[in-house]
Ligand binder design. Sequence first.
Ligand SMILES: Cc1ncc(COP(=O)(O)O)c(C=O)c1O
Length: 452
Amino acid sequence: MKTIIEPFRIKVVEPLTMRTRDERESLLCRAGFNVFLLHSDDVLIDLLTDSGTGAMSSLQWAGVMQADESYAGSPSFYHFEKVVQNLTGFRHVLPTHQGRAAERILFELVGGSGKTVPSNGHFDTTRANLEHSGAAALDLPIAEARDPRRRHPFKGNMDVEELRAAIGRVGPVNVPVVMMTVTSNSYGGQPASLENLRAVRAVCDEFGLPLFFDAARFAENAYFIKLREVPEQERPVRAIVRDMFDLADGALISAKKDGLVNIGGVLLVRDEALFQRACNLLILTEGYVTYGGLAGRDLEAMAQGFQEVLNEDYLRYRIRTAEYVGERLTSAGVPIVEPPGGHAVYLDASAFCPHIPPAQFPGQAIVAAFYRHAGIRAVEIGSLMFGGAGREPPPLELVRLAFPRRVYTQSHMDYVVEAVIEVFERRGELRGLKIVSEPPALRHFTAQLVEI
Ligand SMILES: Cc1ncc(COP(=O)(O)O)c(C=O)c1O
């Protein structure tokens, strides 16, 4: 059979609210053309993020019901710990309430001023936590990653020569850790190959440096390796995941993605002394080491999610979703970042709306048009998110359509494709925006805009 179906059936349904176009028009104006300020029950199809927005399975809900809520030593923790140990090979497993809590703990321990942390592409919270510690975050993706139209199977790879040069330039003593983000969210949800992970590991060994993964989408990355890296094609994803983690000295995982849960995170380390220091910080700010700021039910849901995510029927359907949307959009001439990543399709807003200059937020104009036309919520990743006084303009103006896991069906995706193509066909009518009020930091969350 050629058709790739959703490998699940639906037991609980959540009705969607169908607002009229006039209603959406006034809701959009009231939200100051900022879709973060919409109430989510006014959104028909919510593609704002794939983080924490997935649907849990019947077995995850069963785990929630039978979880143990003891403060210390809960069986739910030991179940979670065993699953993560089997999956990753790490002995030391610390739960955190989400990915950025693990980042904050790690960088408080190894960051600090004068330090530089290279990566294939830091995610915003990773970068922010590093910078908050006083360290510098350095992105070293391969050149292809910066060109939306260049197709490359592993745009999440790191430029290994640049890594070697950067370590030489700042001095290995000033590099506390090298990071690989798998998949690379900031560059379009693009995977890193096993070959590249091994090459980065070799450079780390050359300089005696630890390698950490930001592994929020480790299973999607492993599935891309299986699909695209020749010697890996016959191997189970579970084995590829293990090969990946075997290369790392530590990992940060936001379980809100491939943990298939609505909240949760993990910090993994091999070094005993670092583990003890991380435990102390965890207790100070998150909670005791056997719950890390979560409830026992969250630990059970994660334990089940980390096993389900390795199901290859699920991963085939998951990766096919973005590929399918990407194929249909490109065949209608809509400019996207190619090839699509694992969790999202990114539209090239500058090519979509060449008549709107970056200063008038072409990405946000498109986001507003999707909501107005079809009730779809996307997110701008461009001058509104990254620009502002004293900041370098971002290299690309993008709009991201991120796909929650196991939530929407193919007909929802067909609706999204139809809406994007209809907006694209009338793109000349889209108008730029200007900001009327903005906060001092992270302005995209709360800024208010009007159409010019
Ligand atoms: C690659 C990556 N790292 C870290 C995070 C932060 O995780 P959390 O939202 O759980 O704090 C995210 C969230 O989107 C992410 O995509």
